[in-house]
Design a protein around this ligand. Structure first.
Ligand code: NAD
Length: 265
């Protein structure tokens, strides 16, 4: 079967772990050249080394305007172009804190990593894509950006903003043949959703993640927590020419969670 992304160049932020890592591996398998952008140098470099010369690591703090611009320039100079940007890096913020307990530094950190990064990256990539026939920008939001709920307030707000931003810039950039799509994953088993308190042993973190994953399995209509690979396959489709008519949407990848209450509807 033909490779879906042969000849394409992609940037994947947060590419060293979880959803980003699974997407990097799938994009490489489908023929793309990929810049893995992450703040975690050890994991990012190790992944690039594992995947061969079409994968390269670029240490990036996505909350930094300078880093994001340098990242886009790096992809273009290293691989000769840029066709796909997956703005995927994200953090939850203080996982267990309630709104009245959260501190301002945490609000700022979450806004910088989850939202400002998407604005800066989309603009830098969009400027290049607009001059070179178009491209695809996929922004990883969350069902938390669709459903309000207790705790993770700043996280929810940034993800809602990413969804609205994606739809708006999809309209703005359509004339350049740039498609912009927001993803809303549900409960995906990754380090982000281990929910282990900071500082616990790796064994405890693994146990907590197992327990949380088991709860995820029952809390959704499909009765299975999502895997990073489920999201990666969706990103592949959206990045490919098969999705050429899809822009300005938010796509849940959530086992049916946002379809409604599985018990009472
Ligand atoms: P993860 O923790 O496994 O991976 C996140 C990656 O982002 C890590 O490699 C981390 O080093 C990187 N990162 C963090 N801060 C960074 C920064 N300042 N600059 C560059 N890289 C940085 O998490 P994941 O679950 O794979 O999450 C990926 C995205 O998916 C996030 O945006 C998250 O909000 C979203 N999401 C995840 C879930 C889920 O259930 N796991 C659900 C909905 C949405």
């Amino acid at each position: 079967m033909a490779q879906e992304l042969a000849g394409k160049v992609a940037i994947i932020t947060g590419g060293a772990s979880g959803i980003g890592r699974a997407t990097v591996a799938l994009f490489i398998a489908e023929g793309a050249s990929v810049v893995i952008a992450d703040i975690d140098v050890a994991r990012g470099e190790a992944l690039a080394a594992e995947l061969g010369e079409r994968a390269v690591f670029c240490r990036t703090d996505v909350a930094s305007r300078e880093d994001m611009r340098a990242l886009v320039d790096f992809a273009i100079s290293h691989f000769g172009g840029l066709h796909v940007l997956f703005n995927n890096a994200g953090v939850s913020g203080a996982m267990h804190a309630r709104f009245l307990d959260d501190d301002f530094a945490d609000f700022e950190r979450v806004v910088g990593i989850n939202l400002l990064s998407v604005i800066i990256g989309s603009q830098a990539a969009g400027r290049h894509m607009a001059k070179h026939g178009g491209g695809v920008i996929i922004n990883n939001a969350s069902i938390a950006g669709v459903l309000p709920g207790q705790a993770l307030n700043t996280y929810r707000a940034t993800k809602a903003a990413v969804i609205h931003l994606s739809k708006s810039i999809a309209i703005d950039l359509a004339e350049y043949n740039i498609r912009v799509i927001a993803l809303a994953p549900g409960h995906i088993r990754t380090p982000l959703t281990s929910f282990a308190p900071p500082g616990v042993s790796p064994e405890t973190a693994a146990r907590v993640q197992q327990e949380v994953g088991a709860a995820f399995d029952v809390n959704q209509p499909l009765k299975r927590a999502g895997r990073p690979e489920d999201v990666a396959q969706t990103v592949l489709f959206l990045a490919s020419d098969r999705a050429a008519q899809i822009t300005g949407v938010v796509l849940p990848v959530d086992g049916g969670i946002t379809a409604g209450d599985p018990v009472n509807h």
